[in-house]
Design a binder for this molecule. Structure first.
Ligand code: GLU
Length: 513
């Protein structure tokens, strides 16, 4: 009998979501959608010391931007809520009590100083079957003593009682079966009276069980916790419904040497966060993919391929393609190098594929900020301008550089191009060109190009010099799309205006004799 697929992304709101976390969320989402299952977003905020204001909103906004839809969560609600761990205290209290009552967990009163003293005394000290008998806990003290300490307000923790001599089996869909000896595990703290909250381990597995999670898909850094989680499921009597594990490989530095860090991004110039992050305590700003001009589809496509491939060399895939093709069988077990140049390439591809109106909406505020009065242009004009240059850019913001001349007529001209293309004869030629263009009904390539070409040919003019001078007048430098595409878009009046302005303003770079 196959089980309903229910996966969860369970970030701790301790700062901005790292790009590796985004990939984890994405793989969860692809797997859920492929199997007609549910995607849960659970906020794991039981470590109150590490809580960062704004982090939860950031997570929601980032997932939303990327198109990773949540079925059950803090905002969405759902049948197994609350979906924020700090709102589930009663549930954890009840569950930790169940383990204590079953003799699978115990109270410990050792102070930090006592634990330090023990560590100094016993080399490689670990709180486990070999040492717990020497410590201050409910296994070494009488029930009355324990009660008196608790009633008297002495701080305590609850520790999980790990039985030694057991083989603990972890099955991971990517890594297969791993067996470890329970003796190497310590009696992990599950609950702390100091903040009346569980630790990650208890809260995480209680919630996975209660939220009926079928697959735990998370980063490799959580693999060491898996044996403990297996034992916790067992202690609760939940082994039969324990989720399957998938521990995803790390994202590595671009050169493959070590784990990807924020510093690599700063050093090599790429964001490691989906959205820009303003650190509330330091005020530092970290760059984000969104603000750096990436399209969410490009980020999704790029990330999907960091640790997974479709089994062939298809690279460009929409979210739906990814959902259809995703499989753990094609996930890699070794770390994936963060090939950020490839991310730029994906962005280029997606910009080319994005419709002009969508790009126009992103472009307008950038062009306005660059000094253009965008209220003067209708959407059709903006779209045509974008369409003429979009194959030349990797980022939306580069459209400002490439298409800016459509919105701000040149007032200065490239000195280098003047030197090369604008001689003493050029003004007269440009004025003649104006007369020719003036006589045409419009300046599309079909209409204007043959006429201008014929004029150049029959007068034995230098094609390169004439056309580049023309371009210099329209663009301000010798770059840009096909010249008659430009004239068609800006129109006859503006073309003539720019030619006249160039004649008036460009001083030929020639020695006067
Ligand atoms: N709260 C953990 C994190 O921040 C969750 C790990 C898990 O998915 O079990 O990643």
């Amino acid at each position: 009998m196959s089980r309903e697929v229910r996966v969860r992304f369970a970030p701790s709101p301790t700062g901005p979501l790292h790009i590796g976390g985004v990939r984890t969320a994405l793989y969860n989402y692809l797997f859920a959608r492929q199997n007609g299952g549910k995607m849960i977003l659970r906020i794991e905020d039981t470590d109150s010391r590490r809580f960062v204001p704004g982090a939860e909103e950031y997570i929601n906004e980032a997932l939303h931007w990327l198109g990773i839809e949540i079925d059950e969560g803090v905002r969405e609600g759902g049948p197994y809520g609350p979906y924020k761990q700090s709102e589930r205290r009663d549930i954890y209290r009840e569950h930790v009590q169940m383990l204590i009552d079953a003799g699978r967990a115990y109270y410990a009163f050792d102070t930090p100083e006592e634990l330090d003293a023990k560590r100094a005394e016993v080399s490689n000290f670990q709180y486990d079957a070999s040492t717990r008998g020497q410590m201050r806990n409910s296994l070494t003290m009488s029930a009355d003593e324990v009660k008196a300490l608790i009633d008297g307000g002495t701080p305590w923790v609850v520790r999980f009682k790990i039985e030694p001599g057991r083989d603990v089996e972890v099955n991971d869909l990517l890594r297969g079966r791993v067996v470890i000896k329970s003796d190497i595990l310590d009696d992990k703290v599950l609950y702390k009276s100091s903040d009346d909250l569980p630790t990650y381990h208890l809260a995480n597995i209680v919630d996975d069980h209660l939220m009926k999670v079928s697959h735990v898909i998370r980063g490799e850094e959580w693999l060491p916790s898996a044996p403990l989680h297996v034992l916790l499921y067992e202690a609760f009597g939940w082994s039969d419904t324990a989720p399957e594990f998938v521990h995803l490989p790390l994202l590595l530095k671009p050169d493959g040497k070590g784990k990807l860090s924020k510093r690599d991004g700063d050093r090599l110039g790429f964001p490691v966060f989906p959205l820009e992050w303003h650190d509330p305590s330091s005020g530092d700003i970290s760059s984000g993919y969104r603000e750096s001009g990436y399209l969410p589809q490009a980020v999704v496509n790029f990330l999907a391929l960091l640790g997974w491939n479709p089994g062939d060399d298809t690279e460009v895939m929409s979210m739906q393609d990814l959902i259809d093709k995703f499989s753990f069988a094609h996930c890699s077990r070794s770390g994936a190098k963060f090939a950020f140049e490839k991310g730029k390439w994906f962005n280029h591809i997606y910009i080319e594929q994005t419709d002009d109106a969508t790009l126009a909406a992103l472009f307008k505020p950038l062009m306005q900020a660059a000094g253009a009065d965008m209220s003067r242009y209708d959407d059709a004009y903006i779209c045509r301008a974008i369409a003429s240059v979009k194959s030349r850019v990797n980022f939306v913001k580069e459209l400002v550089d490439q298409a800016g001349f459509y919105f701000i007529a040149p007032t200065t001209y490239s000195a280098k191009d003047i030197k090369k293309r604008w001689s003493a004869e050029t003004p007269a030629l440009m004025l003649r060109l104006c007369e020719i263009l003036e006589g045409l009904p419009q300046l599309s390539a079909e209409v204007a190009e043959p006429v201008v070409m014929e004029w150049i040919k029959s007068n034995d003019l230098h094609m390169g010099n004439v056309m580049n001078a023309f371009r210099l007048a329209l663009v301000g430098e010798c770059k840009g799309p096909h010249i008659f595409e430009i004239t068609d878009i800006i129109g006859k009046d503006e073309t003539l205006r720019r030619l006249h302005a160039a004649v008036d303003n460009i001083k030929p770079d020639e020695p006067t004799v």
